[in-house]
Design a protein around this ligand. Structure first.
Ligand code: GAL
Length: 361
């Protein structure tokens, strides 16, 4: 099960030379050489990471692997020591969703020294050569879908406005934050320039709007203070939120401020991850939108990649140039996200089997 590093080096250069559709193993599993895969997830507090962990385990076990799954409690040092301990336990490959994308350099050197391949899961690990592949969604597209929703619902393309908007971003130590923000701002900036959209708080730079560890209560506090300082005499019409946990915090602040009544309707509030609480909130007419990412597919891609690497097959990638982690361009497989609101949640989430109708009651 070891000695993959040489294979990987060869595979990586071959991947670079091959077209995006040069595939290998596909969904085929090969359990003949199965070993143990270590999986490090960031936190149990968000439902999505529980789904990710469970789905990766199911997929790997179906391919004959043993698995060791750990959750880092949103603490970067804890996650690094969990990974060190997985390495000591002799895992054959690692699938890691980093908490702080720059805090794993030392421990990933230990993984490389032990010839353990590393798949960066959902969040790109930065600043090290010791990350072999990246699996995620098209993260700029996530931001574009959120912005597009706001643009359509406010009728900005028809020249309507001015409207007020507040902007929230994710954790500053998560590489995805930048992609979500850039995707959204690419579409929103022309309307900020034309003053059809006005950020009443004045907070538009990424460093002014991040939310450490994607924490809902932190977002709630910031929204409360923005409402107090900048909205005493007018309403907020839209809130760009990058993630459902942040949307829930924002909605709590809005409701405490009297929004959600006939005279003071809730603003448009976006989100991401189609978490159960948020989908229920969408059905109730509170949160407006979320971005659905089928985590079952993401898990399947990661498990298939690990299986391919461990069986000397070239993993499938569909992006060989976009994801530079500061030290190398990491070959990536990206899935497509979808926008979900009250009008299509049944078709996408229920018919698609992500939730049952009973889950959403
Ligand atoms: C991001 C991820 C989002 C969301 C967020 C908070 O890295 O891409 O989907 O889950 O973390 O957990």
């Amino acid at each position: 099960m070891r000695n993959r590093r040489a294979v990987l080096a060869g595979a990586t250069s071959l991947v670079l030379a091959l077209s995006a559709c040069a595939l290998s193993g596909g969904g085929e599993s090969s359990s003949s050489k199965a070993g143990t895969v270590g999986i490090a997830m960031p936190t149990r507090t968000s439902e999505r990471w529980l789904t990710d962990g469970k789905s990766i385990i199911d997929d790997l076990q179906a391919k004959g692997y043993k698995t060791r799954l750990v959750y880092g409690g949103d603490n970067p040092e804890k996650q690094a020591s969990q990974i060190a301990s997985l390495i000591k336990q002799d895992v054959d490959a690692l699938i890691i969703a980093a908490i702080d994308n720059k805090s794993l350099t030392d421990v990933l050197q230990q993984a490389a020294d032990a010839d353990i391949p590393v798949i960066s899961y959902d969040r790109l690990i930065l600043g090290t050569k010791n990350v072999d592949y990246y699996v995620s969604f098209d993260n700029e597209q996530v931001g574009r879908l959120q912005a597009r929703y706001i643009i359509d619902k406010l009728g900005l393309e028809d020249g309507k406005g001015p409207f007020t908007i507040e902007l929230f971003a994710g954790s500053s130590d998560d590489n995805n934050t930048r992609y979500f923000y850039e995707g959204s701002m690419h579409l929103l900036q022309p309307y900020l320039d034309s003053k059809q959209l006005v950020v009443q708080s004045g907070q538009t730079r990424l460093d002014q709007i991040t939310t450490l560890r994607w924490d809902g209560p932190t977002a709630q506090k910031r929204m409360t203070s923005i409402l107090g300082e900048s909205y005493s005499s007018q309403r907020v019409d839209a809130v760009l939120s990058p993630y459902d946990g942040i949307s829930i915090g924002v909605l709590s602040a809005l409701k405490s401020d009297g929004y959600g009544s006939d005279g003071k309707p809730l603003p448009i509030v976006t989100g991401q991850d189609a978490e159960l609480t948020s989908v229920k909130s969408i059905i109730k007419g509170q949160q407006s939108q979320t971005v659905y990412k089928d985590l079952r597919e993401l898990a399947d891609v990661a498990a298939t990649m690990a299986d391919d690497i461990l069986n000397d097959r070239r993993p499938r990638v569909n992006d060989r140039y976009s994801y530079n982690n500061g030290v190398k361009v990491v070959p990536a497989y990206l899935l497509q996200p979808e926008t979900v609101d009250k009008s299509n949640y049944e078709k996408i989430l229920v018919v698609g089997g992500y939730y049952t109708a009973a889950d959403l009651n």
